[in-house]
Design a protein around this ligand. Structure first.
Ligand code: ADP
Length: 506
């Protein structure tokens, strides 16, 4: 070993003294509490002034006290059990525990300890400890753990994704819903868990919006690895670092399967009511239609009887003798067939199909359909279409249903008892604002009383003895579903006017 010259020895001595002085000064000024303890019972040999700020004791008060007396009772045992296993010979030991302040309350400290040993005997001479207030960290840890528990127990699917859109964490609900059996899914791309359409929406809209504004919300379909679809309401959040860079994204998806099923059920229920209402309207028309069908049937019987008569006694007949009655029979049978066909069409249960429709043609059809009923009520149906009307958007059967409800109501309201005084129901179509057409059905009936006006479109509101009171309610919802409006008003000259609008087809 190289021996120091006297000169070198002096310099080393001043260096050591200087270092100790600096260290002592740092300890005195540090906001961390620096303390030295006896190895047996952890009595304070020295403590820096930070003790006053951290624990409320003055330096003089605490020196001589044993740290064991200040540990929280729950932590003492833990500390005693750990201490021998740590042994202090493998460097540093850090632990977090509660320590009693002078005013009696406990504060969380995080301490790092190391042993100072006698170089000759290797005996522990004392323990050097640096402690700091860990209350904030413990509170933050607790809050994080609480949040993590909420995250794990929520029924919503929570997924964290990295910037490269690989999954970093899925909560239990997400693992269950996505039917993930293995535990390590962290490298899975997010694309595996959303439908193709959903992924396009995420990439084109959701992620760019979350990058810009921090979040995005919308509906899309996720899918599990076993391919079944899960409709969800998704909340996408971008999480930024303190410097403002996006670090990762979180997706909170609320499973809409049950809601969608309920909506589907409601739609089905609505369709059933619509259908029932069509059957009722058809019922109202039935006696008139039966009358209308009777006419062609009697006509056909007459033609066939004529042919029968011509055959009777004649040995041979020329085609010219039979042509007229046979062609007329066929035409009449076809007309009867058309009426039946329309009735069947109208009462059949079918999914609505929105197409572009020629409104005047549809109205003419419906007028023809109601003609025999109008006749029986001494009502004249007049149609006044405007010029150059473009096609509208709608489902044919639904629009027929609306028109039929309004025309049948108008005929029933007009109900002229005398044949001389024929009432008129006028139907007209014209252009309305916002690229819409407007249909008006005007009658010469008593109009609508002020009290009835507010209830007119309520379900089951009817002033008729056998009325169901669903016609107007359904008509309004059908028109509104197509983007239009349906309303009623009284005409200044008397009578009611029901109007509805429809969007012009693009
Ligand atoms: P219902 O015809 O089965 O009564 P609606 O919903 O079609 O059911 O009509 C509800 C009510 O609105 C009718 O009972 C009637 O009182 C009133 N109403 C409908 N159309 C007219 C009209 N053109 N004139 C006067 N009142 C009408």
């Amino acid at each position: 070993m190289k021996t120091r010259t006297p000169e070198e020895g002096r310099t080393a001595l001043t260096d050591d003294a200087e270092r100790n002085r600096l260290l002592a000064e740092m300890a005195e000024q540090s906001t961390d509490m620096i303390s030295r303890h006896t190895p047996e019972d952890w009595r304070f040999i020295y403590v820096s002034p930070a003790v006053t700020h951290l624990l409320g004791y003055s330096v003089e008060e605490i020196v001589g006290m044993s740290a064991y007396d200040l540990y929280h009772p729950d932590d003492v045992e833990d500390f005693r059990l750990r201490a021998p296993t740590v042994n202090y010979d493998r460097g540093l030991y850090t632990h977090t525990y509660r320590f009693r302040c002078k005013d009696g309350h406990y504060t969380w400290l995080e301490s790092t300890s190391r042993t100072i040993r006698d170089p000759a005997t290797n005996e522990i001479r004392e323990i050097l400890v640096v402690s700091r207030d860990a209350t904030h960290r413990i509170k933050a840890d607790k809050a994080t753990r609480r949040l993590a528990r909420v995250l794990e127990s929520t029924q919503d699917l929570v997924i964290f994704v990295n910037l490269d859109l690989t999954v970093s964490h899925l909560n239990e609900a997400a693992r269950n819903a996505l039917k993930l059996e293995q535990t390590d899914y962290s490298a899975f791309p997010l694309a595996w868990f959303v439908t193709e359409k959903g992924l396009r929406l995420l990439l084109d809209e959701a992620f760019p919006s979350a990058r810009k504004t921090g979040h995005w919300r919308g509906e899309l379909a996720m899918r599990c690895l076993k391919a079944s679809r899960i409709p969800v309401m998704l909340e996408l959040l971008a999480h930024r670092s303190l410097h403002g860079d996006i670090e990762y994204f979180s997706l909170v998806a609320h499973d809409l399967t049950e809601k969608k099923a309920a909506e589907e059920q409601l739609k089905q229920y609505q369709a059933d009511i619509d259908h029932a209402s069509r059957l009722v309207t058809m019922g109202e028309l039935a006696s008139s239609l039966a009358h209308e069908l009777n006419q062609p049937l009697s006509a056909m019987v007459n033609y066939l009887r004529g042919i029968e008569r011509r055959f009777a006694g004649a040995s041979s007949l020329a085609w010219s003798d039979l042509e007229v009655p046979i062609t007329r029979s066929i035409q009449t049978a076809l007309r009867a067939g058309e009426i039946i066909h329309r009735m069947m069409d109208f009462t059949r249960k079918q999914e609505p199909v929105v197409t572009s429709l020629n409104l005047p043609e549809l109205i003419r059809d419906m007028i023809e359909f109601c003609e025999s009923m109008a006749e029986r009520h001494n009502v004249r149906l007049v149609f006044e279409p405007g010029f150059e009307l473009p096609p509208v958007q709608g489902d044919r059967i639904q629009l027929e249903q609306v028109l039929l409800n309004l025309i049948v109501n108008a005929i029933e309201a007009s109900n002229s008892p005398s044949e001389e005084k024929v009432a008129t129901v006028r139907i007209n179509v014209d252009h309305h604002e916002h690229r819409q057409l407007r249909v008006q059905v005007k009658d010469q009936g008593p109009g609508i009383s002020e009290a009835d006006m507010s209830r007119l479109f309520d379900r089951f509101f009817s002033t008729k003895q056998t009325g169901l009171g669903m016609g107007l309610a359904i008509s309004r919802s059908l028109v509104e579903n197509l983007g239009g409006e349906l309303w009623a008003e009284n005409l200044p000259e008397g009578g009611a006017c029901f109007s509805f609008t429809l969007n012009i087809a693009d």
